[in-house]
Design a protein around this ligand. Sequence first.
Ligand code: MN
Length: 128
Amino acid sequence: MSARVVLVVEDNEQNMELATYLLEEAGFEVQQATSPDEARRALARQRPDLVLMDMSLGGVDGLSIVAELRRKPELAPLPILALTAHAMRGDRERFLQGGCDGYIPKPIDVKTFVREIEAALARGHGDS
Ligand code: MN
């Protein structure tokens, strides 16, 4: 079985390094994108099994990128998790209504991170 692929879209170097390390340790293949354009190019090359999307990409709202991806029929069923420091009350609903399947709060919790990715992969998109 080939490794499952996670596209990590994140402009913070430390978060990218940590997410990549944890995922690769767990046997995932990681694609990295540090901007919306890099994310678009990565998705044009290869369809990942899941996207982890930073909600603040150099001033761009991650939800606007999620909305753009969801408009593409081939990407509509892709599980997308928001990665965000803004995990306040009400944000969860905003992310879910914006097309995400859940979110992972920052700072990344090394004890639960991979488990949350696995759970999101098991749920798939749109089963909430
Ligand atoms: Mn960011």
